[in-house]
Design a protein around this ligand. Sequence first.
Ligand SMILES: [Zn+2]
Length: 152
Amino acid sequence: MDEQSTKTEGSQDLPEYKDLSLPELFEMFPDDQAAMGWLERNVWPDGRKCPRCGYRYACTTKHPSMPYYCSECDKRFSVKIGTIMEHSRIGYQNWAIAICLIATCPKGISSVQLGRDLKISQSSAWFLLRRLREGWRTLAGPGLMAGPIRAD
Ligand SMILES: [Zn+2]
């Protein structure tokens, strides 16, 4: 709705992006697969485990959105389960990039701007920002909180 008021801002008016430009973020997370790997390393720093029971020996499956299977729970899971990403249809790439943007610029991103950056609707961007403000630290991992982002 406030699309009009932000029209005057150029894309160069983003002082907090000095360390991580949007193209750099897209290079870092070229697709959902790359972003998923990064999120998994942050959410499970000491290795993959079932978000329901903590079982560490889940096997991989070919399921497109639930790539792991816990034989203890007899359920599939992904890195989204049990995090602020659960129940969202937003892709891993968008989550990862939004996390990095929030980390470098926690108060300065509007949903209009984020929607434009990620090429998603403003309402999706608003949802994403709201979730991230509640709990991005659970996804960002120690590397991002402590300083420069490590790609791997
Ligand atoms: Zn389990």
